[in-house]
Design a protein around this ligand. Structure first.
Ligand code: 1GP
Length: 247
């Protein structure tokens, strides 16, 4: 089964998925990365996303190989730029930043990445990526030089997601950005979910099992947790417990 089939069949059956985002810029100590991945693996998380908005170190490929040694959880690249492509992953979120109006992140980086992605033989998951204002500027919004969707405008998010699906995107990713002060609101998640038929991914600022369940309740099919897992990987164990008890 492909990674995308796994996501769609889970969404159809109402099985919520938990994805852990590992950022090579933050986890560049080998011992720490091995320990984190070991805990994520033992916790029973469903997916690993790998990538970041910046790439300050040269640790990308090395880190990916270590993750593969430590777990069989599918690894999906979540690249901040065309530089973050590797054959050592299972799939790639081939994102277009549809909430923004910066051609570089709508199509520019994708043109540069396309031949590399093809040569890598990765499973490609076309993804409509939307950044949502979350209380303070995030790296994703700053680096992409785009205005996030206003937090209290669910209708803008919903119509943007509709357009993304009509353009052929197979996933919609609503992201408050890494370390978001406020996670994407339930109102926005349910507004988007009501207008699309492809699976919905939600991330940014989800730090507790309660915040996680609220995102699923509102309509997220996949929730992404990064910063909280970097601070304390055991939070993933607590989140998986809460998820299993609720669904
Ligand atoms: C960021 O959605 C991810 O792109 C995860 O965000 O680091 O806030 O969990 P956090």
């Amino acid at each position: 089964m492909s990674v995308y089939q796994h996501i769609t069949s889970s969404a159809k059956e109402g099985r919520k998925l938990l994805a852990v985002l590992l950022d090579p810029d933050h986890l560049h100590d080998e011992a720490q990365l091995r320990e984190t991945v070991g805990i994520v693996h033992a916790s029973g998380a469903d997916l690993i996303l790998y990538g970041g908005s910046l790439m300050t170190g040269a640790y990308f490929e090395e880190g990916l190989k270590i993750i593969r040694q430590c777990t069989h959880i599918p690894v999906i690249l979540f690249p901040g730029s065309a530089m973050q492509v590797s054959p050592h992953a299972d799939a790639i979120l081939f994102t277009s930043l549809i909430s923004g109006r910066n051609p570089e992140f709508l199509i520019g980086q994708q043109v540069l990445a396309a031949p590399v992605v093809k040569a890598a033989g990765l499973e490609v998951i076309p993804t409509g990526y939307m950044i949502v204002e979350s209380g303070r500027p995030t790296t994703a919004s700053y680096v992409s030089n785009t205005a996030p969707i206003p937090r209290h405008k669910p209708e803008i998010a919903a119509t943007t997601a509709m357009a993304g699906e009509m353009l052929g995107q197979l996933l919609i990713y609503l992201d408050g950005g890494s370390g978001a002060e406020h996670a994407v609101s339930s109102a926005m998640i349910s507004a988007v979910k009501s207008q699309i038929s492809v699976p919905l991914v939600v991330g940014g600022g989800i730090n507790t099992p309660e915040e996680l369940l609220a995102r699923y309740e509102a309509g997220a099919d996949v929730a992404v947790v990064g910063t909280a897992a970097e601070k304390d990987p055991f939070v993933i164990r607590d989140m998986v417990c809460a998820l299993k008890a609720a669904y």
